[in-house]
Write a protein that binds this ligand. Structure first.
Ligand SMILES: [Zn+2]
Length: 409
């Protein structure tokens, strides 16, 4: 690998010191502040740090942190990998990740959907993995369509190899200007944002996983990789039982995407798959924490699609604690709660907490889901009998619960 120019070396080193200082003074993991300091001193730092490495960028509304982790785990088979494991998914976080592993020949970067064009332009990444696009707390359908249009422009005319989920029409549209695309049939749990053709606005006809526009030629491309229940079928027709430890259909889809990305890096399924099976939790998600005989599994759900995935994973036989906040990273407006169908929780003991528990309580009441309102998470936990239970929380509520357990999870 060629040496960084002196200015970039200095910027990178000072950024790392700032990160260490931030960690030592208890202000988080320091990856964002470190990257910001580095970029302030050398605005071209990300480009210089990315040079001479083979990079994969991972973007989606849901599952990008987990998929980034799965791909990283697979590529460790090939050598050292730089990655933003803590979900700092904007350029400052990318600078920090690459600075910390200056000699790593590989990099896997989770990228915020809105930053993907800029980060692709700056890093010249050779592989981009696109999984799903749905409304987030603050976005609405028109905004995610604009986002997909920006992806199209960013990918057009570049040699980037895109790995994309062809079951999501908007992702397909966003990816289809790329010179090379490997299509993965990864499923689509949340369809509410894709009933219209992104190309012409006409209605999309759906039959099983297949879809096509009734009014223009836009249709689902033929997938090379197919997620088939608990297995993946590779481009040669070979069927691999996934058998990963992360729970649920959404994670099997993430694993299918990760295997296709690994192959784009020259790593065969039989080498990549055992590495995916080693991943048990991602930044606290899916971890089980224990207190006084109660085993609580922590599930993160940041938006309507995320809640569906969490319901899919949670055990209907167990009681469930739901926690909702509305701080900055969650979106201050909780109207998205009305997009989620909570009726699936009927018949289960449901406990509601979090700073915006009254918003959630009203939503559940309208859906005829009985629940118990609790002042704090600890109060909710104390009301549980010994044994297993599930916890679903949105972003800052999830981090607060992790802190309760010392973030050791
Ligand atoms: Zn159309």
């Amino acid at each position: 690998m060629t040496q960084l120019p002196l200015r970039a070396q200095l910027a990178s080193a000072l950024g790392r010191s700032a990160a260490t200082l931030s960690r030592m003074t208890g202000r988080g993991d320091g990856s964002v502040i470190g990257g910001r300091v580095g970029l302030m001193l050398e605005p071209d730092l990300l480009r210089q740090l990315a040079r001479d490495r083979k990079l994969a960028l991972v973007s989606a509304t849901n599952g990008k942190t987990t998929t980034t982790r799965l791909i990283t785990s697979a590529l460790l088979e090939l050598g050292e990998v730089a990655t933003n494991a803590f979900g700092a998914n904007m350029p400052a976080g990318h600078v920090s990740a690459l600075s910390q592993h200056k000699a790593a020949p590989y990099g896997v970067l989770e990228v915020d959907e809105k930053y993907l064009p800029e980060v692709l332009e700056t890093t010249g990444a050779s592989v981009v993995c696109l999984m799903n696009l749905s409304r987030d707390q603050m976005d609405r359908a028109a905004e995610i369509w604009l986002l997909a249009q920006k992806w199209r422009r960013a990918l057009s005319g570049k040699p980037t190899h895109v790995i994309a989920n062809c079951d999501d029409p908007l992702v397909t549209w966003g990816a289809s200007t790329a010179a090379k695309v490997t299509w993965v049939s990864g499923g689509q749990r949340w369809k509410e944002d894709s009933w219209c053709c992104p190309e012409c606005g006409g209605p999309l006809d759906r039959k099983d996983a297949d879809w096509a526009c009734r009014e223009c030629t836009f249709h689902r491309p033929e997938p090379q990789w197919i997620l088939d229940d608990d297995a993946v079928i590779d481009p040669r027709g070979h069927r691999w039982l996934l058998d990963i430890q992360l729970p649920g259909l959404a994670n099997r889809s993430n694993a299918a995407m990760a295997l296709a990305v690994a192959e784009a890096f020259g790593l065969a399924v039989n080498s990549a798959l055992p590495r995916l099976r080693e991943v048990t939790s991602v930044a606290g998600r899916y971890t089980t924490v224990e207190r006084e005989g109660r085993q609580a599994r922590l599930l993160l759900a940041k938006n309507p699609a995320g809640w569906l995935e969490a319901f899919d994973v949670s055990d209907p036989q167990q009681s469930i604690i739901l926690s909702v906040n509305a701080q900055g990273p969650d979106g201050r407006d909780t109207s998205w709660l009305w997009d989620v169908d909570y009726r699936i929780l009927r018949g289960r003991p449901v406990f509601v907490t979090g700073e915006r528990r009254l918003d959630l309580a009203l939503r559940l009441d309208v859906a005829d889901v009985p629940f118990t309102l609790c002042g704090t998470f600890n109060e909710a936990l104390a009301m549980q009998p010994p044994g297993r239970l599930d916890v679903i929380a949105n972003y800052t509520a999830f981090q607060q619960i992790r802190s309760e357990f010392g973030r050791a999870v």
